[in-house]
Each structure stands twice: as structure tokens, then as C-alpha cells.
Design a binder for this molecule. Structure first.
Ligand code: CA
Length: 233
């Protein structure tokens, strides 16, 4: 496999050096940028496999960089992992809302960072290669959009249309965190007058129907939900 290229946008020299060291040691190629503006330019120029994006940056901040990259058809498919200070859950929610694929909080261990990077790259490869046939298989769970059927352990799950769309979306992106807002937009639609809580009700109902496999859906406190990533953390 060819060397994967990662753009790291980080203004703190010590952290940048540490990230660069960890990635290079694992065989990645790193191109660094130390401000939001430079980050945007670098991503457009380098077309990397992934972007590690600090939130607090001089000039335009990480959220805006993320928003711009995800709006640009040229760069929108490049996965972005946000790097934020620990506990800044509201920033994480905003970042995921503008299309970031995952996040790590500082301080992080190099091992954790590499695991996240690999997981996001793997998901990207899966999405490009295996999507579109309308059938998602995750262990004992099968979600078949052509038949509009979901089965666990061979047993048909009696899902409502909303529950089916939600399970399909989550299972299509194992390990990816979806905020409640994003789930409302993607599963229920912009026009519907839905409050956040309804998402929790749907998830609770899906879990009940999954029975002993209920823990396939993880709750990310203060953020949203994700489908369990078996190979990930
Ligand atoms: Ca910073």
C-alpha cells in the first residue's frame, strides 16, 4: 500500500511535533500547517488521505476550516479528525455537526491517536469500496435497503421506517459519532418539527428490538450515538 498522507493543522509547536513523530513512526507522511488559513490551502494543495484539525487556531478557527472543507466538492470527502481540549463537548458537537468524522481530546496518547486515524481511514476505504449495494452486514446484523428489512441473528426486526433509516445510517458508519442534530437531519428530515429527545426515544426503541445485541448502539454522553466499531477502541 502506498504511503498515506496526513495534513496536520496545529499551532502549538510541541503538540505538532509529538503528533508528527507518532504518525511518521507509523509510516504516514505528514504535511504540517500552523494556522487555519494555511491549513485550508495545504489541504487543497496536498489532497491528503486525512486531516487532523486543531480547533483553536490563529486566524480562522478549526470549525470554520472544517465547514469550508466539507462544503467544497473537491475536499469534502477527505476525512477530518478534530483535536480539541478535553471537555469541550460543545465544540465537539459543533464540529461533528459541520461534518468532522471523529475527534480526539487533548491530552491524548500516541496510541489512541493512531488507532483513531486508522479507524477513520478504514471506514473511508469501506465507504468508497463497499457502499451502494444497499446491504450492510455487521456481525449478526443485516440491514437490507432493497428489501427494507433488518435482521439480527436471522430474526426479522420489526422496525418503524424512522428506526430502519436510523439503524441503516449508524450501521453504515461503524465508529462514527452522529450528533442528535445530524440524526434528525439525515433520518427524519429538515422539515419535521422534531426535538432532540425524539432521537433518544427512537434509539431506545431500536435497542429494545435488538434485545441482547442492544449494545451495538453506543451512547456518547453529551454528544449523540454511534454504531460500535468492533476493531476500534
Ligand atoms: Ca491550538
Amino acid at each position: 500500500m502506498s504511503q498515506r498522507k496526513i495534513v496536520v493543522v496545529e499551532d502549538e509547536p510541541d503538540i505538532l511535533e509529538a503528533i508528527e513523530y507518532s504518525l511518521v513512526r507509523e509510516g504516514f507522511r505528514v504535511v504540517a500547517a500552523t494556522s487555519g488559513d494555511a491549513g485550508l490551502e495545504t489541504v487543497i494543495r496536498e489532497a491528503p488521505d486525512l486531516v487532523l484539525l486543531d480547533l483553536l487556531l490563529p486566524g480562522i478557527d478549526g470549525l470554520e476550516v472544517c465547514r469550508q472543507l466539507k462544503m467544497d466538492p473537491v475536499t469534502q470527502k477527505i476525512p477530518i479528525i478534530m483535536v480539541s481540549a478535553k471537555g469541550d463537548e460543545s465544540d465537539i458537537v459543533l464540529g461533528l455537526g459541520v461534518g468532522a468524522d471523529d475527534y480526539v481530546t487533548k491530552p491524548f496518547k500516541p496510541k489512541e491517536l493512531i488507532a483513531r486515524v486508522r479507524a477513520v481511514l478504514r471506514r473511508g476505504a469501506f465507504r468508497d469500496g463497499g457502499a451502494g449495494n444497499g446491504r450492510v452486514v455487521r456481525g449478526k446484523l443485516v440491514v437490507d435497503t432493497a428489501r427494507h428489512e433488518a435482521k439480527i441473528d436471522g430474526e426479522l426486526l420489526n422496525l418503524t421506517p424512522t428506526e430502519f433509516r436510523m439503524l441503516h445510517l449508524l450501521a453504515s458508519h461503524p465508529g462514527r459519532v452522529f450528533t442528535r442534530d445530524l440524526l434528525v437531519t439525515r433520518v427524519i428530515g429538515d422539515g419535521a418539527a422534531v426535538i432532540d429527545r425524539n432521537i433518544d426515544v427512537h434509539v431506545r426503541s431500536i435497542r429494545k428490538k435488538l434485545g441482547e445485541h442492544r449494545d451495538l448502539l453506543d451512547t456518547i454522553r453529551g454528544v449523540g450515538y454511534k454504531f460500535r466499531d468492533e476493531e476500534g477502541d
